[in-house]
Design a protein around this ligand. Structure first.
Ligand code: NAP
Length: 340
């Protein structure tokens, strides 16, 4: 495994910002993980595991540590019964090609997560989800290098501490584990209604009444293409803000003022409020702020149209967060992790 110096992070992040990484290693195996970690430790460098770079933001000054660029491949059936097949997937596999291969094998459970950029190993970190499915629903276990004990461990789904778009990997145990593979238990059943509202609407609009995995995939890809800018053409990091989770009491005044406030009851005294709607109501839809464009089809997405650096993004982000707070008294948060 080679360690490279001064690799520009803007070439490895879809937001196309970021200065050089002091050290950079391509990780192709579990052995590379150990070697890279030992290199970082010996040289007293922090490390950061980078997947597809689609949900991270890098700073202008770059990174003073070691970037481990996760490239571990693998797609292997490890268990099979009449109802399900379990597949172990290398952390560096592109998530969407995993979805495609699962569908080709007639395996269900991740088809609604079609078209999500990034790697398989990054998927559990934020409990990736879309259109009614999330990875916590099918994930059996995660194999990882535990930097605390310097051993390889297998974490069960329960141990991953999944909640809405969150896990131990980006909260309580952030930076501790280097994920090398994930195992998903996928179902042999055909997709069945009820579907997520916007997916059902798509089926109704297109008069689709027979549901196969391919039909679900194509519908999701079509919906995504109509709402989300292609990062290859317009640099972006997908949803730049998390959807807001609020308590009932926070909504009393807002409901009175905005009777059409979209709300989803999470069943535990909390409600999900689409942050895209809040940003739109605060007047930012389609606006250009400091070289950052608020997407006109989905205000959750920020596009790097002409930012001169991280400072422009931070200024645009803080302006949006401040305006939503002043308008709704709801504190919204950035979704992408920062390389720092
Ligand atoms: P959308 O479909 O316009 O929905 C906006 C918000 O409303 C989301 O919080 C969504 O919850 C919620 N919602 C809509 N219908 C719902 C229902 N029937 N029951 C409960 N909640 C409902 O969202 P979008 O921004 O265009 O994104 C499409 C999908 O991609 C969503 O599922 C979103 O979560 C997902 N996505 C995931 C990530 C990620 O994993 N980091 C990033 C971007 C988008 P849900 O979030 O629970 O769906």
């Amino acid at each position: 495994m080679d360690i490279h110096a001064d690799i520009p992070l803007k070439n490895f992040t879809t937001f196309k910002l970021g200065g050089p990484a002091k050290a950079f290693a391509e990780i192709h195996s579990a052995q590379d993980v150990v070697q890279a970690y030992q290199y970082a430790k010996a040289n007293q460098l922090p490390f950061f595991v980078l997947g597809g770079g689609s949900n991270v933001i890098a700073h202008d000054e770059g990174y003073t540590g070691l970037i481990m660029h996760m490239r571990i491949a693998g797609f292997e059936v490890v268990a099979d019964d009449s109802f399900s097949t379990t597949i172990k997937i290398g952390a560096g596999e592109a998530w969407d090609s995993v979805v495609q291969r699962a569908i080709q094998m007639r395996l269900a459970g991740i088809e609604a997560m079609s078209g999500i950029p990034g790697t398989a190993g990054a998927a559990p970190v934020q409990n990736v989800g879309a259109y009614g499915q999330e990875i916590a629903d099918t994930l059996q276990s995660v194999d990882a290098y535990d930097t605390q004990t310097e051993t390889f461990v297998t974490l069960t789904s329960e141990q991953c501490g999944f909640s809405y778009r969150n896990s131990i990997f980006r909260s309580s145990d952030m930076g501790r584990y280097i994920i090398i593979s994930i195992s998903l238990r996928l179902s042999k059943s055909a997709p069945q209604p009820p579907f997520y509202d916007s997916l059902q609407k798509y089926f109704d609009d297109h008069k689709i009444t027979i549901y196969t995995l391919e039909i679900v995939r194509n519908a999701v890809l079509d919906i995504r293409t109509s709402k989300l800018p292609d990062p290859k053409i317009l640099p972006n990091a997908g949803s730049f803000f998390k959807n807001a989770i609020v308590e009932d009491w926070q909504l009393t005044d807002i409901r009175a003022q905005y009777p059409n406030l979209p709300l989803f009851d999470m069943g535990d005294g909390h409600f999900k409020v689409p942050t895209g709607w809040l940003i739109e109501q605060a007047g930012f839809k389609g606006k250009l702020l400091h070289g950052i464009r608020v997407n006109d089809k989905n205000s959750l997405v920020l596009i790097n149209e002409a930012a001169t650096g991280y400072g422009d993004l931070a200024a645009a982000r803080d302006e949006i967060i401040g305006a939503v707070r002043d308008t709704f008294r709801i504190q919204i948060e950035q979704e992408p992790l920062e390389i720092s």
